[in-house]
Design a protein around this ligand. Structure first.
Ligand SMILES: [Zn+2]
Ligand SMILES: [Zn+2]
Length: 138
């Protein structure tokens, strides 16, 4: 497998992408918009050149969360897939968790820490019990 090629897809598989070139800015974003868009406590992104991403399958749906921000998602299953800012249209962010191998990239920072939730503190996360599967029914 070419280490410079990153393939990914949404939950239902209707939208797929293939990104060539080096990934940069691999980061956990804690901004309130990413939380709302994904329904998750924070969202892990990587950045590639937009012209090096090929999309296949059904087209992404785009939601403009502001006049300068495009958020891409699967119109069938809703997976959060991409982020692009008008100030940097040559770059696109893709979600690490939608990679075919989400462990292939390791985030190296947190961004928008000014908006993080108290329970997303690394120390708080680290003290939680870890269950191998679903929580046991009571
Ligand atoms: Zn989908
Ligand atoms: Zn964000």
């Amino acid at each position: 497998m070419d280490p410079m090629r990153l393939n990914g897809h949404c939950l239902c598989g209707a939208v797929r992408y293939c990104a060539d070139g080096a990934a940069s800015d691999i980061t956990h974003c804690h901004c309130a918009s990413c939380r709302r868009a994904s329904g998750a406590g924070f969202v892990s992104w990587f950045t590639v050149r937009a012209d090096q991403v090929r999309w296949s399958g059904e087209g992404r749906a785009i939601y403009h969360s502001s006049t300068t921000v495009e958020r891409g998602f699967c119109p069938r299953c809703g997976s959060t897939l991409s982020y692009r800012h008008a100030s940097d249209p040559g770059l696109i962010d893709l979600t690490v968790a939608t990679l075919d191998d989400p462990a292939a990239l390791t985030p190296t920072s947190h961004c928008w820490w000014s908006e993080h939730l108290p329970w997303a503190e690394p120390s708080r996360l680290g003290e939680l019990p870890c269950h191998p599967h679903a929580l046991d029914a009571i």
